[in-house]
Design a binder for this molecule. Structure first.
Ligand code: NAD
Length: 497
C-alpha cells in the first residue's frame, strides 16, 4: 500500500495540502511505493521561515556542538546503511551494492563535516599598522537551499546539508521528486541525532518549488546538482536574485585508452564505469577513445559488455539495473535509434533485453556504438543510460583534442602505463576530474568535487574546503585597542621627567 511523503518543517513531518501529487514508482516492478506532494507556495514559505527562525540561534551554536551533532548523525547513518539501501534501491533501481556505495560516499562527507573546526579558521596578521591587527571571520550565510537530481538520492543530499549546517547555516532541501524517500529517511536520522527545530527542512516538488527557492529573498545560497539545462536556469535565476549559486551539471565523460595500458584493467574499468548504475552516474564513462593499436580492443569491450547481467537491483549478481522511469527509457531508446539512422555502428544492442520476472521493468541492456562522429546526437547529448560510444584516435594529441572539443567537462580518464603521457594529459585536458587508470575519479571529501565548461557554473564546488568557502562569508576586522593602564603609566613617566 502506498503512503504520502511528508514535508519536513520545524522538525515536524507534515502532510502537504497541495492538490498536485506524483507517484514514486519502483523502476524494476512499477509498484507505486508512495505519492510525493508538489508543495504549495505557502508551504515553501513556511519551510524557509522555519529555517530563518532557527538561524538566529544556530549561527551562535559553538562549533564543537555543531561537530558533535554531525558525529551523532554519521553514526546513525552508518548503523542504518542496509535499511537506507533497501529504500534507495526500491525507489531508484540501482543494485543494493551500488545503493550502499551511494550512501557511503555521502557519509564520508558527513565524516569530514565532523572536523569543520579547523576548516572554518580565519586569518590573522598582527601589527598591520602600529598597534593595529587585522583578522578574518568565516561566518555562515543564513538560509541555504539544495536542489537534487534523481541519480544519487543519498549522496547528493549528503553533499549539501551537512556541510552547510555544520558551518552554521540552516537549510531547505528539495530532493528529486522521482526518488525523495531516501532523503526523508536521512532526515529522520538527522532529527534522531538532535538537529534542532528548523535547522533542516525539506520541501518537495518540481519547477515551481525550485523557482520559489531561487527567488525567495530569505535564501542566501543555492546548491544545485542535475542537468545542464536546469542547472543553467537555476544559476541564472538565483544569481539575478542575489544568491550564491553552485550548479553541478551534466556530463559526457571520456576514457582515453592508450595501447600501452594494462588491457584487462582498462577493459574492466571501461565496462564497469560505462554500464554500472545503468549509466546513470554523472561520472559514468560514456565515450571510450581508443588510441592507435588499442582500437583493436573493440571486440573485447563488446564481449565484456555482453556478459553483464541485467536484472532488478535487489537480485544477487546484478550488474545493470533498470533506468529510473519509462520516460527515461523511451528517451534512451530514441537516442539509440538516432545513432543507427545517423550512421554509427551498433555493435551491441540492448533495446530488447528481457528480464524474467520483471517484464514491466525499465530495463535497457548494455549497448555499444562504434563509428561515432562528433556531430551525431548520441555524441552531442547526454544519454544517461547504459550506452557506451567508441571513438578512435591516432595519437594522444588527437584524443585530447576530441575530449576538449566536447561541451562537457565533468570527468575523464586515461589508461596508460606511461607517466609522461599521463602527465601531459592531466595538464592539457580541460575537465574537472581526471582519473589516471581510475575510471570514475570522484574526489574524496577532503578534496572538492570540481567540473568545467558545460558541467559546472559557479566558482566553488561541493564538499571539502570549497564547500566551507561556499557556505560562509568572510568578514575582515581591523582593530586597535587602547590600553588605559599602559597609557597612563607612559604619561606618568613623561610627567616625572
Ligand atoms: P534534472 O535537471 O532533471 O533535475 C534536477 C532537479 O531540478 C530536480 O530536483 C528537479 O525537480 C528540478 N527540475 C527539473 N526540471 C526543472 C525545471 N524546468 N525548472 C526548475 N527545476 C527543475 O536532473 P535529473 O534528471 O534528476 O538528474 C540527472 C542529471 O544530473 C544528469 O544530467 C547528470 O549528469 C546530472 N548530475 C550531475 C552531477 C554533477 O556533480 N555534475 C551529479 C549527479 C547528477
Amino acid at each position: 500500500m502506498s503512503t504520502d511523503v511528508k514535508l519536513l518543517i520545524d522538525n515536524q513531518f507534515v502532510a502537504s495540502r497541495t492538490q498536485e501529487w506524483r507517484d514514486i514508482v519502483n523502476p524494476a516492478t512499477q509498484d507505486v511505493l508512495a505519492r510525493v506532494p508538489f508543495a504549495t507556495a505557502d508551504e515553501v514559505d513556511n519551510a524557509i521561515a522555519a529555517a530563518q527562525r532557527a538561524f538566529a540561534t544556530w549561527r551562535h551554536t559553538p562549533v564543537a556542538a555543531r561537530m558533535r551533532l554531525m558525529l551523532r548523525f554519521q553514526a546513525l547513518v552508518r548503523a542504518n546503511i542496509p535499511r537506507l539501501a533497501a529504500i534507495l534501491t526500491a525507489e531508484q533501481g540501482k543494485t543494493l551494492a551500488d545503493a550502499e556505495g551511494d550512501i557511503v560516499r555521502g557519509l564520508e562527507v558527513v565524516e569530514h563535516a565532523c572536523s569543520v573546526g579547523t576548516l572554518q579558521m580565519g586569518e590573522f596578521v598582527e601589527n598591520v599598522a602600529s598597534g593595529v591587527d587585522t583578522y578574518t571571520l568565516r561566518q555562515p550565510l543564513g538560509v541555504c537551499a539544495g536542489i537534487c537530481p534523481f541519480n544519487f538520492p543519498a549522496m547528493i543530499p549528503l553533499w549539501m546539508f551537512p556541510m552547510a549546517i555544520v558551518c552554521g547555516n540552516t537549510f531547505v532541501l528539495k530532493p528529486s521528486e522521482q526518488d525523495p524517500m531516501t532523503a526523508m529517511a536521512l532526515a529522520e536520522l538527522a532529527i534522531e541525532a538532535g538537529f534542532p527545530e528548523g535547522v533542516l527542512n525539506i520541501v518537495h516538488g518540481g519547477k515551481d518549488v525550485v523557482d520559489a527557492l531561487c527567488t525567495h529573498p530569505r535564501i542566501q545560497a543555492i546548491s544545485f546538482v542535475g542537468s545542464t539545462a536546469v542547472g543553467t536556469h537555476v544559476y541564472n535565476l538565483g544569481s539575478q536574485h542575489g544568491k550564491r549559486v553552485q550548479s553541478m551539471m551534466g556530463a559526457k565523460n571520456h576514457a582515453v585508452v592508450l595501447p600501452d595500458a594494462n588491457k584487462a584493467h582498462a577493459l574492466d574499468a571501461l565496462v564497469g564505469a560505462g554500464f554500472g548504475a545503468a549509466g546513470q552516474r554523472c561520472m559514468a564513462t560514456s565515450v571510450a577513445v581508443l588510441v592507435g593499436e588499442a582500437r583493436q580492443w573493440l571486440p573485447d569491450i563488446v564481449e565484456r559488455a555482453r556478459r553483464l547481467k541485467v536484472n532488478a537491483g535487489t537480485e544477487p549478481g546484478t550488474d545493470v539495473g533498470p533506468v529510473i522511469s519509462k520516460a527515461a527509457k523511451a528517451r534512451i531508446l530514441g537516442l539509440i535509434e538516432s545513432g543507427t539512422t545517423e550512421g554509427a555502428t551498433l555493435e551491441l544492442d540492448g533495446r530488447d533485453v528481457q528480464v524474467p520476472g520483471y517484464a514491466q521493468g525499465n530495463f535497457v541492456g548494455p549497448t555499444v556504438f562504434s563509428g561515432v562522429k562528433a556531430d551525431m546526437q548520441i555524441y552531442t547529448q547526454e544519454i544517461f543510460g547504459p550506452v557506451l560510444l567508441v571513438m578512435q584516435a591516432d595519437t594522444l594529441d588527437e584524443a585530447i583534442a576530441i575530449v576538449n572539443a566536447n561541451p562537457f567537462g565533468n570527468g575523464v580518464g586515461i589508461f596508460t602505463q606511461s607517466g609522461a603521457a599521463a602527465r601531459k594529459f592531466q595538464s592539457e585536458i580541460d575537465v574537472g576530474q581526471v582519473g589516471i587508470n581510475i575510471p570514475i575519479p570522484v574526489p574524496v571529501p577532503f578534496f572538492s568535487f570540481t567540473g568545467s565548461r558545460g558541467s559546472k557554473l559557479g566558482d566553488l564546488g561541493p564538499y571539502g574546503k570549497q564547500a566551507v568557502q561556499f557556505y560562509t562569508q568572510t568578514k575582515t576586522v581591523t582593530a586597535r585597542w587602547f590600553d588605559d593602564a599602559t597609557t597612563s603609566e607612559v604619561n606618568t613617566t613623561i610627567n616625572l621627567k
